[in-house]
Design a binder for this molecule. Structure first.
Ligand code: SME
Length: 163
């Protein structure tokens, strides 16, 4: 089993830089989408504080279907354009929701979730792989450093899938 480094970091940016290094090492040489998605979810969920869900929704050609994740059982299928995940998938833009209760399009899978960040995953050929979704039980948990950090982590994840 991989050890997850839990050393303290001077800043959030430093923590994400360290996580990017760990993700690169855990995913190195393994092209399996499911294996990498499972390990990536576990790495992030167990490394960052104040999270209650971290995982993937994968595009099946029609809609998003829940993939490997850490947290409680979640909604299984989400149409493009629905919820924060469907919005990220359709717009192909990261969605940073500081308060899900104030978001008109949020889908409640777990009533504990108060804030959320969703990063779209787009392949090199421009097609949609899915989205990376992270929820927190704390309002305003995610900021611009989290956006940059999650996008950097997702770039490592996507690069590992390339042949
Ligand atoms: N809240 C998401 C649904 C997925 S769960 O958070 C795991 C959304 O609005 O799309």
């Amino acid at each position: 089993m991989f050890d997850i480094k839990t050393s303290s970091h001077a800043s959030k940016r430093e923590h994400y830089a360290d996580l990017v290094t760990q993700a690169r090492s855990i995913l190195a040489g393994e092209p399996s989408l499911i294996a990498n998605a499972a390990n990536f979810s576990a790495l992030v969920f167990h490394s960052l504080a104040q999270l209650n869900w971290a995982g993937f929704y994968l595009f099946d050609g029609t809609e998003l279907v829940v993939g490997p994740f850490q947290g409680k059982p979640a909604c299984i299928r989400i149409a493009l354009g629905r919820g924060v995940c469907g919005t990220a998938a359709r717009s192909r833009q990261t969605q940073l929701v500081r308060d899900v209760n104030a978001h008109p399009n949020h889908i409640f899978c777990d009533s504990a979730s108060q804030s959320e960040i969703v990063v779209p995953l787009v392949k090199a050929d421009g097609s949609l792989l899915g989205v990376w979704d992270v929820d927190s039980p704390v309002t305003d948990r995610f900021d611009e450093d989290d956006r940059a950090g999650m996008e950097a982590l997702c770039a490592v994840f996507m690069a590992a899938l390339m042949p």
